[in-house]
Structure formats: structure tokens, C-alpha cells
Ligand binder design. Structure first.
Ligand code: GUN
Length: 284
């Protein structure tokens, strides 16, 4: 039976550490400040944004939520971001995705100052990550949280065969760079990959981020593999499930993340940690 990686407990540990750092910054007169921009009324996005601002408040981080109408023009949004870029009281900016069709997401990401890039999505930061320049570089929070989980459970990635299923800019690609920088041998698989399940079965560490309920089953996993499930899917009964069929996979894996209480809770905690880092770096 696999060791279950407890994302919720680890997220609480990260938060405790972040809170300590916030307290010491406050004593120095520096109040970390995260601004989240929400465009439109996507229900899931509203919940994510609420969770982010609540967590920030709990840790003593100032959070401002800017809500814009669904028909906001791209230029109006870019203007808002430019204003925040030059506001010294703001350390981290996050524009919640997805955005309405009239707004080009990449333009938005490019406009956020790399020095206030809470998500680590700006191409300057993606470039720094891909060049192995990790110092003072904000990184996408979900993969950053996964690296933290592997570290905490003492999973050595150096020299391991890692298969990342999914090539999104939010998870798959930054995950592959982080693992490569940590000396893993990384293969990125996706919807066009031939014989994908044969490939997943060769992985010492398998990271799955495809958004399909129970896409990976026990027969697709190597004995004693470490299985990281990034899925946040709904099954036919509306229950939150992962991309991996946990109930069978945990019989062959050595370590596995559950859904819920696995990767999910780590993401917000890493965002808070990164906000504090950006605040610190702004004074260096
Ligand atoms: N929408 C879903 N995940 C994310 C994320 O990590 N960052 C942002 N900005 N939007 C998202």
C-alpha cells in the first residue's frame, strides 16, 4: 500500500512558515500586498478568488480584489495592470483565468510586471525558469507545490524517469522545467502522444494533469512509482475526483497524492509564499 501524501497538512505547515515571515516583514514596516483581478462572473473563478483572499487575510497579507465586468475591454484591463505595476504598495498581481473571449490572455500575462508576477506566468519568468535561473524567479504555484511535496516526503528526483502527462502553461510545462532543473529525466506526454499508457508505465514518478476523471488506472502505473494527481474533476455523481483512479492505484504506487487534500491545498499556500517573496525581493 502506498504512502498517502498529505497535501492539506503540508499546506498548513507552509502557511505557518509564511505567517512567521509576514509577521517579521510587518515589524519592518513592509505589508505584503496581493491584488487579484477577476473579470466576469465565472462561478469557479469566484470561488478560487474568494479562497485566495481569505487565505491571504488569515496570514496577514493584504489582499485587494478588483472585480471587472464581463464586457471589460482588453485595453481597460491592460491599463489597470499598468497602474498596479507602478504602484509601490502592490507586490503581487494575479489575473484570474480564464478571461472572456475579447481579451487575449497572453497579452495580459505579458503586461504584468515580471517583478509582480504572482503566478510566474510572464514569459520573462518562464524564460528564467527554463534557463535554470531559479533565484528571484516566481514560478507557477501548482508545480512549485508539487516539488515541495516531493521534497517533504524525501522523494529523490535526481536521475529518475519522470513522465508528466499534460503540457499546459500552468502545470505541465513549468513542472517539466522544475524537474529537469532538479536533474530528473523528463518526458512530457499529451493528447497526441503515441502509446501514452505504455509510456506512463515506465515512469518512476508520474505527474498527471489532464483534467479527465480516472484517466490513469492501476495497469498504467509501474510498481512502486510515485504518483502525483493534479486533476480536479467531477465524476458522474458530481463528486470531486482526480485524473488517477486512486482506489486501485494506491495498491501499486509507493507514494500517491489523493484528491481532494493532495495537490490542491498546496497551490494557494505556494501563492501566499510567493507573494511574500515578491514583497521581500522588491526591497532588495
Ligand atoms: N485559473 C485556474 N488556475 C489558475 C492559476 O493558477 N492562476 C490564474 N491566474 N488563474 C487560474
Amino acid at each position: 500500500m502506498a504512502v498517502i501524501i498529505d497535501g492539506k497538512a503540508l499546506a498548513a505547515e507552509v502557511d505557518q512558515d509564511t505567517k512567521k515571515q509576514v509577521d517579521s516583514l510587518l515589524k519592518r514596516g513592509l505589508e505584503p500586498h496581493l491584488v487579484v483581478i477577476l473579470v466576469g462572473d465565472n462561478e469557479a473563478s469566484q470561488i478560487y478568488v474568494r479562497n485566495k483572499s481569505r487565505r491571504a487575510e488569515k496570514l496577514g497579507i493584504k489582499s485587494t480584489v478588483i472585480k471587472l465586468d464581463a464586457d471589460t475591454s482588453e485595453q481597460d484591463l491592460l491599463d489597470q495592470i499598468e497602474k498596479l505595476n507602478t504602484d509601490d504598495s502592490v507586490h503581487a498581481i494575479l489575473v484570474q483565468m480564464p478571461l472572456p473571449d475579447q481579451i487575449n490572455e497572453f497579452k495580459v500575462i505579458e503586461t504584468i510586471s515580471p517583478k509582480k508576477d504572482a503566478d510566474g506566468f510572464n514569459p520573462v519568468n518562464v524564460g528564467r525558469l527554463s534557463a535554470g535561473q531559479m533565484d528571484h524567479t516566481p514560478v507557477a504555484c501548482t508545480p512549485k507545490g508539487i516539488m515541495k511535496m516531493l521534497e517533504k516526503y524525501q522523494v529523490n528526483v535526481d536521475g529518475k524517469n519522470v513522465v508528466v502527462v499534460g503540457r499546459s502553461n500552468i502545470v505541465g510545462k513549468p513542472m517539466s522545467y522544475l524537474l529537469l532543473n532538479a536533474n530528473a529525466t523528463v518526458t512530457v506526454a499529451h493528447s497526441h502522444t503515441a502509446n501514452l499508457k505504455q509510456l506512463t508505465k515506465t515512469a518512476d514518478i508520474l505527474v498527471v494533469a489532464v483534467g479527465k476523471t480516472h484517466f490513469i488506472k492501476v495497469q498504467d502505473i509501474k510498481d512502486d512509482a510515485v504518483v502525483i494527481d493534479v486533476g480536479m474533476d467531477r465524476d458522474e455523481n458530481g463528486k470531486l475526483t482526480g485524473d488517477v483512479e486512486f482506489s486501485s492505484a494506491d495498491k501499486v504506487a509507493s507514494f500517491i497524492t489523493p484528491v481532494p487534500k493532495g495537490v490542491g491545498p498546496m497551490t494557494i499556500s505556494m501563492l501566499m509564499q510567493q507573494t511574500v517573496e515578491l514583497a521581500k525581493w522588491s526591497k532588495e
